[in-house]
Design a protein around this ligand. Sequence first.
Ligand code: PDD
Length: 285
Amino acid sequence: MSRFAYVNGRYAPFRDAKIHVEDRGYQFADGVYEVCEVRGGRLIDERRHLERLQRSLKEIRIPLPMSARALGIVLREVVSRNRVGYGIVYLQITRGVARRDHAFPSPQTPPSIVVTARSLSMARNEALVEKGIAVVSVPDNRWGRVDIKTIGLLPNVLARQEAIDRGARDAWFVDKDGTVMEATSANAWIVTPARVLVTRHADHAILRGITRSVVFDAIKATTLSVEERAFTLEEAYGAREAFITSASQIVLPVIRIDGHAVGDGKPGPVATALRRAFHRYAEVS
Ligand code: PDD
């Protein structure tokens, strides 16, 4: 089946979906993005993703090119044209097309908008969840504002590839004090030996994940306690469980960190329960 993308006001088959060579996203990574899960053809947590998109745009001073409502219509149209039942929808907005110059182009330059969607295999994702994944730690060499969901992801790309080259599935960024920040495209969590859930506080040094926020809501309905604080790699090695959260994987157990088995080396009950509970707390639209 041919895939369709939305590009600057048009729905086009992939082969015709083109971006200008002087798009600032292409030349400077001057843009932001969002990824939403799609289930049963519907969007998961659209409102929160679009709110975060607006915040990211504001932080880098790109005007919102169309209302959140209009963007929602485009997202749905792309999901439907690509017949995505289960998968993801991707939305990217850049500062538009202008002669290459680092400074902002004239305020009349329209931002560029691209939306794509693709199906994922639920069976493959579930198989991954049942097995859990291995991660390796890498030094956090990203810029100081990774709370903004920018398309400039080179450190994340290199870290993910390093993880694969080292036989793992993902990498955890660790700062110079040895504390874990987050994964390359997900937030990082541990369950301590005392059964306390821990994830790093969200400031400018990590992305405040939407999945992370919904998992907080899911935890509130349990007897588990949760702490938002820095945790070290050492603490993670000794954790009872570990997992990562993101829109595309929801809750994905981590069973090895730098070759150390986490707990008994199998996906744990807390991660599994939170994954099962997740969609009761997410918004579907
Ligand atoms: N990534 N941290 C980083 C660095 C991320 O890129 C993401 C999301 C998250 C989790 O955020 P959320 O729960 O809102 O998806 C945390 C998306 C899925 C991606 O880049 O594909």
